[in-house]
Ligand binder design. Structure first.
Ligand code: SDX
Length: 431
């Protein structure tokens, strides 16, 4: 039973404060400390926000100890095997699974916003061919606000909804164009008669020279990957989108900020780093050398794809991906994938090691995703861009939710000041 209040006593100043406790539907309650500074003259201190709820939300629920992930109350295990990615995107945004009519209208809207302004193609030409796709994605996504002026009024619900559609619709087009630019190949336009994931794979791998038919199994595997990456509560990139939006910035600028945060190797950039790590380890016999590096505090190396701020047990998404890896690799005629075998052995050895067990470091969503992306022909440099396409649905759901939240105000954290108290300026000759 959660308490309804929490009392803090400061013996030094003989002060006592009673703070309200807010309870959610399920999961930990939250002590409302918003009045702490006003009434008690103190801040809370929580670098990295290990125990801080930045907002209330109804979109995604995670139980890190039990390895539970639910979108709007539906388990990730059910959605991953039964839904389409756009069906999940609709659920995240509107809170309910769509009827057949709702879904077909939503799919039509999203697919018909897949094109980007022709002038935007000039942006790609300004990038080096070897520009990282995430650098291109940040730049071009942010510049959408230079084109789509009819969706910059964040106080108009219709404009908010349309900008959410545009972000979800255009990220695949921008990501595929970044890939084509890196190969020096012409861009492939979106097709209105294709399904969302089919259309993305077509823009990635088709050329003007011949008919390209998307492999249905590849489409199903990518659909699963997009669902697993669609949302994840207040992770770093989603929190970045929320904090950026709190100042009233337009949605395209907020998503560009989210993409930038996602790029970090501690976050979405980990899927690319996992593949680089597996390629570097190469052989099972080298595994222990790398585990020792990961455990060595003087070595910055970390076991990429392992550990999680919230999951202190198996990431349910990693469990699903490990399960389907075999099938997908076999179906894509890549069954004796040495990297997958190496990943399985690495996981097996790490999970027998006290260092990882004591710290509850288990494989996370990034540990197996890259193996499937590679089997689908996605280059390693595009892995995090895949993550961004999928997460655009979660980012927009959170953005729309916060724009309707009466508690919403500009995010402005405070600090524990450790600098000089007061010093007098002295002239340069006396320093
Ligand atoms: C994602 O937040 C989300 O929801 C993110 C995400 C999403 O869907 O949005 O789930 C997606 O970002 C998954 C995480 C991908 N990142 C990685 O795989 C990179 C490797 N993992 C780590 O960098 C780390 O585990 C984090 C960043 C994921 C979590 O970091 P925390 O919670 O701040 O944990 P920590 O750094 O305080 O680590 C606790 C201990 C430390 O050791 P001690 O100081 O206690 O001795 O565990 C150690 C760390 O050194 N540790 C690791 C490790 N991860 C943590 N040691 C070796 N290898 C690792 N991977």
């Amino acid at each position: 039973m959660h308490p309804t209040t929490l009392t803090l006593t400061d013996p030094e100043n003989q002060q006592t404060i009673t703070l309200p406790v807010r309870k959610g539907t399920i999961g930990p309650a939250a002590v409302d400390v918003s009045g702490l500074y006003r009434e008690f003259g103190m801040f809370t201190y929580d670098p990295g926000f290990l125990a801080t709820a930045s907002c209330s939300s109804s979109i995604t629920y995670i139980d890190g100890e039990a390895g539970i992930l639910r979108y709007r109350g539906y388990s990730i295990e059910e959605l991953a095997t039964k839904a389409s990615f756009l069906e999940v995107a609709y659920l995240l945004i509107y809170g309910e699974l769509p009827t057949e009519y709702d879904l077909s209208k939503f799919e039509h809207n999203i697919c018909h916003h897949g094109m980007i302004d022709e002038a935007l193609k000039n942006f790609f030409r300004g990038f080096h061919h070897n520009a990282h796709p995430m650098a291109v994605l940040i730049g071009v996504t942010g510049s959408l606000s230079a084109f789509y002026h009819d969706t910059l009024d964040i106080h108009t619900p219709e404009q908010r909804e349309l900008s959410a559609y545009r972000v979800i619709a255009k990220l695949p087009t921008i990501a595929a164009a970044a890939y084509k630019h890196s190969k020096g190949e012409p861009f492939i336009y979106p097709r209105y008669n294709m399904r969302y994931v089919e259309n993305f794979l077509h823009m990635m791998f088709a050329t003007p020279c011949e008919q390209y038919r998307v492999n249905r199994l590849a489409e199903k595997a990518m659909n699963l990957l997009f669902i697993l990456h669609a949302d994840h509560e207040q992770n770093a990139s989603t929190s970045t989108v929320r904090l950026t939006a709190s100042s009233g910035a337009n949605p395209y600028a907020c998503v560009a900020a989210g993409i930038a945060s996602l790029w970090g190797p501690a976050h979405g950039g980990a899927n690319e780093e996992v593949l680089n790590m597996l390629e570097e380890i190469k052989d099972v016999k080298h595994i222990n050398v790398y585990l020792d590096k990961a455990k060595n505090k003087n070595d910055s190396f970390r076991l990429m794809g392992f550990g999680h701020r919230v999951y202190k047990h198996y990431d349910p998404r990693a469990k699903i991906l490990r399960g389907v890896c075999h099938r997908v690799l076999k179906e894509l005629a890549d069954s004796n994938n040495p990297l997958f075998e190496l990943a399985l052995r690495l996981e097996e050895i790490a999970l027998q090691d006290a260092y990882f067990l004591e710290r509850k470091l288990y494989p996370n969503v990034d540990f197996y995703s890259g193996i499937i992306y590679r089997a689908l022909g996605i280059p390693v440099s595009m892995f995090t861009a895949m993550f961004a396409i999928a997460r655009s649905s979660g980012w927009m759901a959170h953005w729309l939710e916060m724009m309707n939240d009466p508690e919403q105000r500009i995010g402005r954290p405070r600090q524990l000041y450790l600098g000089h108290a007061l010093r007098q300026y002295n002239s340069i000759g006396k320093r």
